[in-house]
Design a binder for this molecule. Sequence first.
Ligand SMILES: Cc1cc2nc3c(=O)[nH]c(=O)nc-3n(C[C@H](O)[C@H](O)[C@H](O)COP(=O)(O)O)c2cc1C
Length: 494
Amino acid sequence: MAPGRLSFSNITALAPMVRVGTLPMRLLALDYGAEVVYCEELIDIKMVQCQRVVNDVLQTVDFVAPDDRVMFRTCDREKDSVVFQMGTADPDRALAVAQLVEKDVAAIDVNMGCPKEYSTKGGMGAALLSEPDKIESILRKLVTGVSVPVTCKIRILPSLEETVSLVQRIEKTGVAAVAVHGRFKEERPRHPVHCDYIEAVAQAVSVPIIANGGSLDLVKTNSDIEEFRKATGASSVMLGRAAMWNASVFRNQGPLPVERVMEEYLKYAIRYDNHAFNTKYCLCQMLRDKVESPLGKQVQAAQTNAEISNAYGLQQFYQQTQEQLQARRDALQSSSQPERPVTDGDVTAMAVKFERREYPPHITPKMFLLEWSRKKKLEQPLYETVQRSQDRAFQSTVVVAEKKYRSSLWEKSKKFAEQAAAIVCLRVLGIPEGRIGEEDSGLVCKRKREGKVNGAADEERSKKRHVAKTGREAETSTAAAAANGDQREADAPR
Ligand SMILES: Cc1cc2nc3c(=O)[nH]c(=O)nc-3n(C[C@H](O)[C@H](O)[C@H](O)COP(=O)(O)O)c2cc1C
């Protein structure tokens, strides 16, 4: 084995699990002692369209779909332990995906065990089990085409002989390991696992076999992992549900209370800006029969990671993390953006941030821009805001007298992004913006400056005109999330 290559001998692994095996869960499993962590299965057709994006704010590498969804997020910490699992039925596409991610992962795995219709009808998952020629061509193509180890995960075939002969054929392709889920493809997760099949395979080949399927009745604690390994004669063990319910099953010092595990999971979800729907899903799996408890109900009702943090009393951690991420975003932006106006297409842009403390309590640049537009008998300023997927930061463009202005710096909230756009417009046009210490321009009357009349309401009215636009954006991102959820929703344990 080449030095530095991930070994699959004598390891304990987090199983690939759709929706569960995203970055926070993988990091948690590593913290608790898993040596190898599989990501959720990602379908080749979707992955092949992704772009690799280095996310300097989160310090991650993201694979982003054309609709801006982050399909796969990884980071340095797991680089030597993460296995990228794909769903595929096409050797060329499989290779294209493997080559896209190979620099950022420790190994590539092909899912040959998923019995769900959406997988099998595309010839993927368990459908491959009856197509050994295709299995061979996919695996050979991957083994020769990428520099990292290649593995696959199968279910057992109707007889011992067929199962053994398939794995012997797979071994010849040069894979680094085979994970064997000891159930037939028709069997459900509640059926007992067939350790004898795994054992027969382990005896017949020299490639490391990873035993899987023991969560329900065999592996309850860390010491049971060794028992499962012995019962199957396998080199290694892979845990799915036992880890999903309480990832501290990997700790050889003993398990932790699930409350503590949920808290540590949530901290990773916040730190890595995990999608709130995904965070909720994983926490609900950990809550199990407590999902209808007051805490469970609060988690289910939450729509954002901030709301989930409130449910767990982690508001302060959430706030501090947001501040740290914003500070990193600011530092990155200020080192790369010019402070003088530049033309970007039909937009005039400047690197400007809205600092609340630079303005009196009742004054904002938007207010000044609104008053100025009124005095000039112009249309009210029109704000359009976009949110980017990699860190959910906002950028606004304001249209004033048919010209567009925006800050090139991204802000943590829509409100701040609009204020930054207003500042750019005011500075480019040489209009006072209401900062503390600025000479009184008389643009906003004294009563408004002191907050005695409804300057804020004026702004609110101006905002309402644009609600339709920004509302549409919000809907788009919710729809994208729901689409993500939909695909995942279909996924009961496999
Ligand atoms: C929520 C969930 C999602 C799953 N998603 C995948 C997947 O993406 N790829 C895969 O090969 N198996 C998937 N499985 C199957 C598991 O990897 C594993 O084979 C199965 O749960 C049996 O192992 P266990 O008894 O340790 O849970 C999933 C299982 C669960 C519970």
